[in-house]
Design a protein around this ligand. Structure first.
Ligand SMILES: *Cc1c(COP(=O)(O)O)cnc(C)c1O
Length: 451
C-alpha cells in the first residue's frame, strides 16, 4: 500500500465497518481512500488513479465532480438544504416530479419519495398491499418474485429478493413469498433464442398467477437485467406477457428499475423495450446522476385514488423517511435529467455500447468464458471452470476477487459479482477508456483462471 494512503487506512479500520464486506479481507486488500473524482476516474491519496468501470456501484451516470451537476447542487445549497416534505414542499421536488412523469411510461403520474432503493421497494410493497386492503380485498397480501432477483437489503426488500448469499441467514425474519423460476437466458438450451427461452419460462409465472392471484398483491421484477444476481438478462417479451397476465389476474406489477433505469439498458427505462407500463416503478441509483441518495416510487392515478379519502377513514399511506425528497438530491436529479436532454445521451450511448460490446465479445473464445452478454451499457462476462458444461468454479475459490485485485493494480475498478466480470461504466467514458477496462479484464481473467 502506498504510504500516503496508509494513515487513512489505519484510521478507517479502527472504526468504519464497510458494507457488503467480510472485514477480515481487508488484512489482505485494504480499503482504498479516495481523495477526489473527475469524470470516469477516481484518485487516491497517493495520486493513483482508478477507472470507475462500475459507476461506483451502478449509481454514477455523468462522471464524478460533473461541473453541471456540481453547479446545480451548489446553487440549491445556497437556497435550501432540507425541509420537511409533509405539509411543506419545494420547487426542486415539484419540478423533478413533473419531469419524471413526462419521461415515464404514460399513466405513472404520481411520485412518492424515499431516500434509497431498498426503501423505494418497501414503499411499493406496502402501497400494493395497502391498495388491495383499501379497495376491500385484504386477502391479497402475498408477493410473487423471480428466482435470482435482488431488490435491496432491508427486511421487506430482502424478502422479495432471491440472492441466497444475502438472504439465507435472515430467513426467519422475512415474510414468505412465492418464487418463480427466472427467465434468465444464460439458462437457455443450445439453439434456443432469448425470446424463445423467456417466453417458455413464462409458463411458470402464468401457473403461479393462476394458483395465487386470489392472495397475491403484486409481482415484482427487475426489468431485463437481474444485476446483483450476476447481470443475468432476459428478453422483453417476458415483460409484455407479464403485463398482460397481471391485468388478467388483477395483480399489480412492480418494476424495480433502480439499477436499470436512466439509460442503462439502451432506453431511458427498461420497461420501454416491452412497451409496458407497470403499476409501480421504483427508481434510485442513477436518479440523481449518482450524486446523492434519493428514490421514488411512481404509480398510477387509480392507485393514488384508493388512498384519497377523509382522514377518519384511516386509509392514507402513512409512510415517511426523514430525508424524503431532499432538495439537494432533487436539484442533482434535475441537473442529470437536463444533461440527458441537452447532450442526447441515449444516442451517444449507442455508439459507446456498440464499442464496449464488440471489445468484450473478443473474450467469448476464452476457454474459461461461458458467455459474454449485453444489454445497452451493461456487459457481463461469465467466468466458468468448464466451458463446455458451464460448470462454475467452486465459490470459495473466489476467482472474481482475483480479477478485482488485478484490476486495481492496473488502475481499473472492476468489481465482479461472484465470477461474473461486468462493465457498467459512467456515460462519460471514452472508447479508449473502454479499451483499457476490457484489456485489464482480459488480463485479470487470464490470471484468475490459469491455476
Ligand atoms: C441497488 C438495488 C436496490 C437497492 O437499492 P439501495 O439504494 O442499495 O438500497 C434495489 N433493487 C435493485 C434492482 C438494485 O440494483
Amino acid at each position: 500500500m502506498s504510504s500516503a494512503n496508509a494513515p487513512l487506512v489505519t484510521r478507517d479500520l479502527a472504526h468504519v465497518w464497510h458494507p457488503c464486506t467480510q472485514m477480515k479481507d481487508h488484512e489482505r486488500l485494504p480499503p482504498i481512500p479516495i481523495r477526489r473524482g473527475s469524470g470516469a476516474w477516481l484518485e487516491d491519496y497517493a495520486g493513483r488513479r482508478y477507472l470507475d468501470a462500475v459507476s461506483s456501484w451502478w449509481v454514477n451516470l455523468f462522471g464524478h465532480a460533473n461541473p453541471r451537476i456540481n453547479a446545480a447542487v451548489r446553487a440549491q445549497l445556497e437556497q435550501l438544504e432540507q425541509v420537511i416534505l409533509a405539509g411543506f414542499t419545494h420547487e426542486p421536488v415539484i419540478a423533478l416530479s413533473e419531469e419524471l412523469v413526462a419521461l415515464a411510461p404514460t399513466g405513472l403520474s404520481r411520485c412518492f419519495y424515499a431516500d434509497n432503493g431498498s426503501s423505494a421497494v418497501e414503499v411499493a410493497v406496502k402501497m400494493s398491499f395497502h391498495y388491495w386492503r383499501n379497495v376491500g380485498r385484504p386477502g391479497k397480501r402475498r408477493f410473487i418474485t423471480l428466482s435470482n432477483s435482488y431488490h435491496g437489503e432491508t427486511l421487506g426488500a430482502l424478502a422479495v429478493g432471491d440472492v441466497e448469499l444475502y438472504k439465507e441467514i435472515y430467513r426467519p425474519l422475512l415474510m414468505d413469498v412465492i418464487t418463480v423460476p427466472s427467465p434468465d437466458c444464460y439458462q437457455r438450451a443450445a439453439g434456443v433464442s432469448w425470446a424463445g427461452h423467456s417466453r417458455a419460462q413464462f409458463a411458470h409465472m402464468e401457473s403461479a398467477l393462476e394458483r395465487h392471484a386470489h392472495e397475491a398483491a403484486a409481482v415484482i421484477v427487475e426489468p431485463l437485467v437481474q444485476c446483483a444476481g450476476g447481470m443475468r438478462m432476459y428478453d422483453p417479451v417476458y415483460l409484455s406477457l407479464l403485463r398482460a397476465a397481471c391485468d388478467r389476474h388483477a395483480v399489480h406489477l412492480i418494476a424495480d428499475e433502480i439499477a436499470v433505469g436512466f439509460g442503462r439498458t439502451g432506453t431511458f427505462f427498461a420497461c420501454e423495450q416491452a412497451g409496458i407500463r407497470p403499476d409501480f416503478m421504483c427508481l434510485s441509483k442513477g436518479l440523481t446522476g449518482g450524486y446523492l441518495p434519493l428514490s421514488t416510487v411512481m404509480t398510477t392515478e387509480p392507485i393514488y385514488a384508493a388512498f384519497y379519502d377523509e382522514y377518519v377513514k384511516l386509509n392514507a399511506f402513512l409512510h415517511s423517511h426523514s430525508f424524503t425528497g431532499n432538495p439537494l438530491a432533487c436539484a442533482a436529479a434535475r441537473a442529470s435529467l437536463a444533461i440527458f436532454r441537452e447532450d442526447g445521451t441515449l444516442e451517444r450511448n449507442h455508439a459507446l455500447a456498440a464499442h464496449l460490446g464488440a471489445r468484450a465479445r473478443e473474450l467469448e473464445d476464452h476457454p474459461h468464458v461461458a458467455e459474454v452478454r449485453q444489454r445497452g451499457m451493461i456487459v457481463a462476462i461469465e467466468m466458468v471452470r468448464d466451458k463446455a458444461s458451464r460448470a462454475p468454479y467452486p465459490w470459495a475459490e473466489r476467482r472474481g476477487l482475483a480479477v478485482y485485485a488485478h484490476a486495481l493494480e492496473r488502475g481499473v475498478l472492476l468489481r465482479p459479482v461472484g465470477d461474473v466480470v461486468y462493465f457498467m461504466p459512467p456515460y462519460v467514458v471514452t472508447p479508449e477508456e473502454i479499451d483499457l477496462m476490457v484489456d485489464v479484464a482480459r488480463e485479470g481473467l487470464e490470471l484468475a483462471t490459469c491455476a
